[in-house]
Design a binder for this molecule. Structure first.
Ligand code: DAH
Length: 339
């Protein structure tokens, strides 16, 4: 039996010397020390069957060998664990490997435009205000001096939700909400989405963005309106932008104007975005109608003000030469990643 133990010792030593990985060492451990069928385990189990005079010495030698092999196995494991950790840490700190590319997202071009416009008006001390997209008819029409029979109230111009609620068709609603809760002086802009059941084409979508503006104080005049809007257009498009103020009508302003910007896509020659006219309407504006002041409880003898509404998509299209409004809403990264 002592001879057999000697053979086992040599074999185990040899096996461990050949082992090339942690898994192989684990397999050797099972082969020699495993509870079921392990070589040493079997030897120990066989001791009671030996002649009595051999039992004690064989038992001692078998146990010594068991401890010896256990130690060798732990040493071998240590060798591989150390190696594997070392190669892991090498991987972690290999600065020569190319970095992993994590694509960064960025703001949608329309959000970029809104942010830029907010920045321009903030410099002029305008506050930023927001209002709900689901509105009451009162804020979208009545309080804005829009008569009951006005065509913009028709079903084909407004998305009605029932119970006098609708999807707001303009951000002018926010003027009323702000004036209701604030006394003059007021300087505010209100960016947001608006909704109209328009037929979709290169310039129209059923949801788009506007920025409403309002300034109210004693002695505000049409020249203030012209100054602020010219300053805005020059800041956004550059000093040599061409602007055109056309007399117009809005129920909530008197007098009213529509403001066009020269079409930067065709340089004024005429294209599908400017309906061949060379100009694109980007703003509606005017002096706040006294009826609106009366509705919100402002003294229309004391205060005057101007208001305007900017079309965000139109401005963005003009600035970047985009010829189709649909591109903003298709979520095509080939388009969006250019901004
Ligand atoms: N709400 C108008 C529209 O959607 C735009 C507008 C025009 C807003 C004149 C104004 C304004 O505040 O004074 O067409």
């Amino acid at each position: 039996m002592q001879e057999r133990l000697g053979e086992i010792q040599n074999q185990a030593k040899e096996d461990l010397a050949k082992a090339e990985s942690l898994e192989e060492v684990e397999a050797i451990k099972t082969r020699y020390l495993g509870r079921k069928g392990g070589v040493i385990t079997e030897v120990i189990k066989a001791i009671p069957g030996l002649p009595p005079e051999q039992r004690s010495s064989t038992g001692k030698s078998a146990n010594t060998l068991k401890q010896e092999i256990s130690k060798w196995i732990e040493d071998a494991k240590g060798k591989f664990v150390g190696k594997e950790q070392a190669s892991d840490s090498k991987k972690m700190f290999d600065l020569s490997l190319p970095g992993e590319h994590k694509p960064y997202g960025h703001k949608h071009p329309l959000t970029q435009t809104i942010d830029e416009i907010k920045g321009i008006f903030k410099k002029l001390c305008f506050d930023i205000e927001y209002g709900p997209e689901v509105e009451h008819e009162y804020y979208n029409f009545d309080a804005l001096n829009i008569p009951a029979d006005h065509p913009s109230r028709e079903d084909f111009d407004t998305f009605y939700l029932g119970n006098k609620r609708l999807l707001r068709s303009q951000t002018s609603t926010v003027q009323i909400r702000v004036m209701e809760k604030t006394k003059p002086p007021i300087r505010m802009i209100a960016p947001g989405k608006v909704f109209r059941p328009d037929t979709v084409d290169a310039r129209h979508a059923s949801m788009f963005h506007q920025i409403e503006g309002l300034m109210v104080d004693e002695g505000v005049s049409f020249s203030d309106l012209k100054y602020v809007l010219t300053l805005f257009a020059q800041s956004y498009f550059g000093q040599d932008i061409k602007m055109r103020f056309r007399p117009s009508f809005f129920p909530f302003t008197e007098p009213s104007a529509e403001i066009d910007i020269s079409c930067s896509l065709c340089k004024g020659k005429g294209c599908s975005v400017c309906s061949q006219s060379g100009w694109v309407e980007v703003l509606g504006a005017g002096m706040v109608d006294p009826n609106v002041f009366d509705t919100v409880g402002y003294d229309s003898e004391k205060y005057t003000g101007f208001a305007f509404g900017i079309g965000v998509e139109r401005l963005t299209m003009l600035k970047y030469g985009i010829d189709n409004i649909r591109l903003f809403f298709e979520n095509d990264l080939r388009f969006l990643s250019q901004f």
